[in-house]
Design a binder for this molecule. Structure first.
Ligand SMILES: *[C@@H]1O[C@H](CO)[C@@H](O)[C@H](O)[C@H]1NC(C)=O
Ligand SMILES: *[C@@H]1O[C@H](CO)[C@@H](O)[C@H](O)[C@H]1NC(C)=O
Ligand SMILES: *[C@@H]1O[C@H](CO)[C@@H](O)[C@H](O)[C@H]1NC(C)=O
Ligand SMILES: *[C@@H]1O[C@H](CO)[C@@H](O)[C@H](O)[C@H]1NC(C)=O
Ligand SMILES: *[C@@H]1O[C@H](CO)[C@@H](O)[C@H](O)[C@H]1NC(C)=O
Ligand SMILES: *[C@@H]1O[C@H](CO)[C@@H](O)[C@H](O)[C@H]1NC(C)=O
Ligand SMILES: *[C@@H]1O[C@H](CO)[C@@H](O)[C@H](O)[C@H]1NC(C)=O
Ligand SMILES: *[C@@H]1O[C@H](CO)[C@@H](O)[C@H](O)[C@H]1NC(C)=O
Ligand SMILES: *[C@@H]1O[C@H](CO)[C@@H](O)[C@H](O)[C@H]1NC(C)=O
Ligand SMILES: *[C@@H]1O[C@H](CO)[C@@H](O)[C@H](O)[C@H]1NC(C)=O
Ligand SMILES: *[C@@H]1O[C@H](CO)[C@@H](O)[C@H](O)[C@H]1NC(C)=O
Ligand SMILES: *[C@@H]1O[C@H](CO)[C@@H](O)[C@H](O)[C@H]1NC(C)=O
Length: 850
């Protein structure tokens, strides 16, 4: 019998009065209670548990969990971030070797065995930090944001100058130009300055020059720049005949990088006290070949159709017509939002100068001229991008410009693509380790230059000055003899150019080996490791991170085998997966669960034991926010959530006590190594009722039906079953356990009356009262389908140990607080070890020492 609430309260408060009668005193001194909230403890920070009896651990955003909504996971405020266990001292014991921080909230930077972070040659920073900083060397985008869940959780190494690799363990070798390739350019940046007082600075690859005065002669500008550690030599030219770098009239200065080759990162100008303006200019030239859209007189002007698009940092202009003016081009480009102040190097201003139009013939000129029209030079416009940063991104050209010639074949329009070109002032020389003519020993950072003489193959490379002559760069850019053949690798007892067909092939014109995808190096003899989306790095654009990286930035590449040696906890060919914890027997999830990627775990998300139909990272696999949906794996423990209450080690099967070695409660914890305890109703809350569902089946004559609940299905039940028979069948389902079944007198499961020969089908239905399953449970289903309705909604809590005990995760037993014992799930004596009954004698089964 259920006691009236008032009496239960009396008993409870009487029980308390023994030792800690007054309000607030019974929360172990680490919390407060009040009558208003049913004497439930509200623990002070740092404490937890039904009576605030144990220390709480720091909390963080979950590393891996079930989705809370579509594409939403990584809950906030999870103890030990869901990857550690909270010990008695209130400290997280994090999954070893993988997570760290007070709340296991961080994935640390690569650390050597002796505890050195980033091999002692780098700075450990998070993706969020990397996104919001710029140094022009490792971090190239000044204005990106990385707002996703992992922004402050995953850290990586920003290597110091001269070091590289995911853990900064590689010593970089000198880089240089390939001596056999010709006609390449150095990078040039322009500086425009209109000022007659003050100083400014330039920043290049993370270093800032000493202040440069407005009236500095070119020698001083050059000296200031060359004092920077990464710049090498530069040439400084004053283009407008000016005497100093700035003057009242705007000046233009060209800086050419003489020894730093290739496409260089952006540099930045900062005015310190300049009275006037200073800008850097990135120049590009758009060129239409001579005679493209015009023709010799007498044959009539030809015509172009179509147009082109210009893009900057992923955004494109609308179509620019073949005969658009330069003003139009300037307007179209200026409208791109990628040039505004929120953009990477913004704000940037575009100016277009040069020919009046990009590709058009000048009709007026045509009308007047008597000459052939080859006076028309190649048309070209100069596009200057002006801002605080120089050497910003290249523009991209999408060309769909056609020349139409209806004269040559009258009546037949001949169409030909016009070769519009866009030329950047970017450096085009190779900037390869050891000039692509040697092998870099990353342990010491020295180039081992190629040298060979087999008669047919001949070369001997040495350190150069960057221009194919002897020098002390330390690269291999000086060919001491004229080379014959590409760098060769030794295969068996033979030297084979570029390591043979399997590894690469020789480009005879440049003598550069074109290596196949999985090989690299001057002679293609080294193996690359698989690439995967990096775990950490600078965001590519706002919110977009995880660029491809060798071994996903989470492991070392074994050069000889081409296999990634992943950091502990990570796996997959390219270390692209964060795997489930493995126990001593090499079993995932302690052998008590499935190891699922986040997207699969999301599918397993249930509410009251029923699937919620949630997905994570399914809508668009490329969604940057759910980048981890196929990469982070988590344990889905064998558990009986909703199958509760679990009687603990004894299970109730068809009315018989049966040993339950597997524990109905199942397993829990990030590695499924903890036993779950029985769940049940909090006996101190009064107005709780068990759920009642009414099943109205209508089956002809002698048929049977089955009942399903939370994935389990009963054996066939006869249409003429009695309440006891239905009960036995239902209680044999592990998902249901104890139920009450009631049928109106004279009726059977699906039948009303005996007409003398047979039972007539159709009844007022039978009621199922859920005893073991507390709370609002999902509807039963039957086969064939019946009308099932929720007659009384269950309102009992489904709490671990009824919120009146602590779970001993080793045994899976509740240790009830003083004054609470097991129950029948309804506040009365029973088999459930769920602390679900107030014990009037103060007798306790499993006493938790307070
Ligand atoms: C140019 O082409 C258009 C149609 O494509 C035509 O109407 C026009 O007459 C052409 N102009 C010349 C000068 O050929
Ligand atoms: C460009 O050519 C089109 C015909 O192809 C003409 O309608 C338009 O007026 C021309 N625009 C300019 C700016 O010359
Ligand atoms: C560059 O273009 C802007 C408009 O975008 C204009 O105000 C400015 O005068 C131009 N500067 C030069 C040097 O042409
Ligand atoms: C660019 O065009 C101008 C005339 O508009 C011409 O004088 C110059 O030679 C051209 N430059 C190139 C590199 O084609
Ligand atoms: C073409 O001739 C007209 C008149 O004959 C003249 O006004 C115009 O300036 C000339 N155009 C050019 C580009 O010479
Ligand atoms: C355009 O360039 C391609 C290759 O760069 C060349 O094959 C083609 O002949 C060129 N077309 C014209 C019209 O110059
Ligand atoms: C920019 O263009 C140059 C050639 O004009 C090219 O070598 C370089 O790779 C380009 N850079 C980018 C980032 O596209
Ligand atoms: C390069 O030269 C080798 C021999 O010198 C020849 O066998 C090969 O066909 C050439 N390759 C190309 C692409 O010309
Ligand atoms: C119930 O139906 C079964 C067959 O489905 C029959 O064997 C049994 O005798 C019936 N019981 C009663 C009490 O009618
Ligand atoms: C109870 O269920 C078990 C397995 O779930 C089954 O083996 C057994 O036959 C069932 N007992 C009855 C009486 O249906
Ligand atoms: C089922 O439960 C409802 C609500 O408690 C009750 O009204 C109804 O009479 C019950 N029916 C049977 C068959 O016990
Ligand atoms: C199920 O039974 C209830 C109560 O008799 C009734 O209100 C409801 O309409 C029925 N539902 C269906 C789908 O037959």
């Amino acid at each position: 019998m259920r006691r009236p609430p008032a009496i239960r309260w009396l008993l409870y408060t009487a029980l308390l009065s023994g030792h800690e009668a007054h309000e607030g005193a019974h929360c172990s001194g680490h919390g407060v209670t009040s009558k208003e909230n049913n004497f439930e403890c509200t623990c002070f920070s740092g404490w937890k548990g039904p009576n605030c009896g144990v220390k709480a651990c720091p909390r963080g955003r979950a590393w891996a969990d079930y989705a809370s909504d579509t594409d939403e996971a990584h809950a906030y405020d999870v103890e030990c971030s869901g990857v550690g266990y909270c010990n008695e001292d209130g400290q997280c014991e994090c999954r070893e070797g993988v997570f760290e921080g007070p709340a296991c909230e961080k994935l640390a930077c690569p650390t050597s065995l002796d505890g050195t972070i980033c091999s002692g040659h780098g700075q450990c920073v998070t993706s969020g930090w990397a996104a919001s900083h710029w140094d022009g060397r490792n971090l190239l985008r000044p204005h990106v944001e990385y707002p996703h869940w992992d922004a402050e959780k995953i850290s990586g190494c920003l290597c110091d100058r001269g070091f590289s690799g995911f853990n900064c363990s590689r010593v970089d070798c000198p880089r240089g130009d390939v001596p056999e390739t010709r006609g390449q350019k150095n990078e040039i940046v322009r500086l425009e300055c209109g000022a007659s007082k003050g100083t400014f600075t330039l920043t290049y690859k993370g270093s800032i020059t000493e202040p440069i005065p407005y009236d500095a002669p070119y020698g001083l500008v050059k000296a200031r720049l060359q004092a920077l550690p990464d710049i090498g030599e530069v040439d400084v030219r004053f283009l407008r005949g000016q005497e100093s770098v700035c003057s009242a009239q705007k000046t233009e200065t060209e800086i050419e990088f003489l020894t730093d080759f290739g496409s260089l990162p952006a540099l930045k100008v900062q005015s310190l006290s300049l009275e006037g303006s200073v800008f850097l200019i990135t120049r590009q030239r758009l060129r239409c070949p001579r005679g493209s859209c015009h023709q010799a007189r007498g044959r009539g002007p030809s015509n172009c159709t179509g147009g082109f698009y210009l893009g900057y940092d992923g955004q494109f202009t609308s179509k620019i017509a073949w005969n658009a003016t330069k003003e139009y081009v300037e307007k179209a480009l200026s409208a791109l939002s990628t040039f505004n102040e929120d953009s990477d190097y913004g704000p940037l201003h575009v100016n277009v100068t040069g020919s009046n139009t990009v590709c058009n013939y000048d009709e007026k000129y045509y009308m007047n001229s008597t000459e052939e029209y080859d006076y028309l030079n190649a048309q070209n416009v100069t596009i200057d991008i002006r801002g605080k940063y120089g050497n910003v991104y290249n523009l991209t050209l999408l060309n769909s410009l056609w020349r139409v010639d209806s004269y040559t074949n009258p009546g037949y329009a001949y169409k030909e693509k016009v070769n519009l070109t866009l030329e950047a002032s970017k450096g085009t020389k190779e900037n390869a380790y050891c000039s692509e003519r040697g092998w870099c020993d990353f342990a010491t950072g020295t180039c081992m230059c190629n040298k060979l003489d087999t008669g047919s193959l001949q070369y001997d490379y040495k350190s150069s000055n960057g221009y194919g002559e002897p020098g002390n760069r330390g690269d291999c850019g000086y060919p001491a003899i004229e080379a014959r053949g590409c760098p060769a690798g030794r295969i068996g007892d033979k030297w084979v150019q570029c390591g043979g067909k399997d590894r690469g092939h020789c480009d005879n014109a440049t003598l550069i080996c074109q290596c196949n995808a999985d090989h690299y190096g001057a002679d293609c003899m080294l193996q690359t490791c698989p690439y995967g989306p990096s775990w950490w790095g600078e965001a590519r654009g706002s919110g977009e991170g995880h660029d491809l990286a060798e071994c996903s930035n989470m492991g070392e590449c074994e050069r000889n085998s081409g296999l990634c040696d992943c950091r502990e906890g990570f796996g997959g060919k390219a270390c692209e997966k964060l795997l489930c914890p493995v126990d001593g027997d090499a079993q995932y999830c302690s052998g008590h669960g499935l190891c699922l990627p986040m997207w699969r775990a999301a599918e397993e998300t249930t509410l009251s034991g029923e699937p919620r139909g949630l997905t994570y990272g399914a809508a668009t696999q490329q969604s940057p926010a759910t980048w981890d949906s196929r990469r982070i794996y988590t344990c889905h423990c064998d558990s009986r959530d909703g199958f509760q209450p679990a009687d603990g080690p004894v299970m109730w099967v068809s009315g018989v006590h049966t040993a339950n070695d597997d524990f109905v409660g199942g397993w829990t914890g990030y590695d499924c190594s903890l036993r779950r305890c029985p769940f049940g109703d909090d006996p101190r809350t009064d107005d709780d009722v068990s759920e009642i569902q009414t099943v109205r089946c209508s089956l002809p004559g002698k048929d049977t039906f089955t009942v399903s609940f939370r994935g389990d299905t009963s054996r066939p039940i006869s249409a003429n079953a009695t309440d006891a028979q239905i009960k036995w069948a239902l209680e044999n389902m592990t998902t249901l356990q104890e139920v009450h079944v009631s049928i109106n007198p004279g009726e059977r499961a699906c039948q009303t009356r005996w007409d003398g020969n047979d039972w007539r089908h159709g009844s007022s239905g039978f009621n199922v009262t859920f005893i073991s399953q507390v709370g609002d449970v999902p509807l039963l289903t039957t086969s064939p389908p019946s009308n099932v309705t929720e007659t009384v909604k269950g309102t009992k809590e489904n709490l671990e140990c009824g919120r009146q005990g602590y779970c001993d995760h080793e045994s899976g037993l509740c240790r009830c607080l003083k004054g609470f014992v097991g129950s029948d799930g309804d506040g009365n004596p029973g088999r459930r070890r769920d602390c679900g009954r107030i014990d009037p004698q103060g007798f306790t089964l499993n006493l938790w020492d307070e």
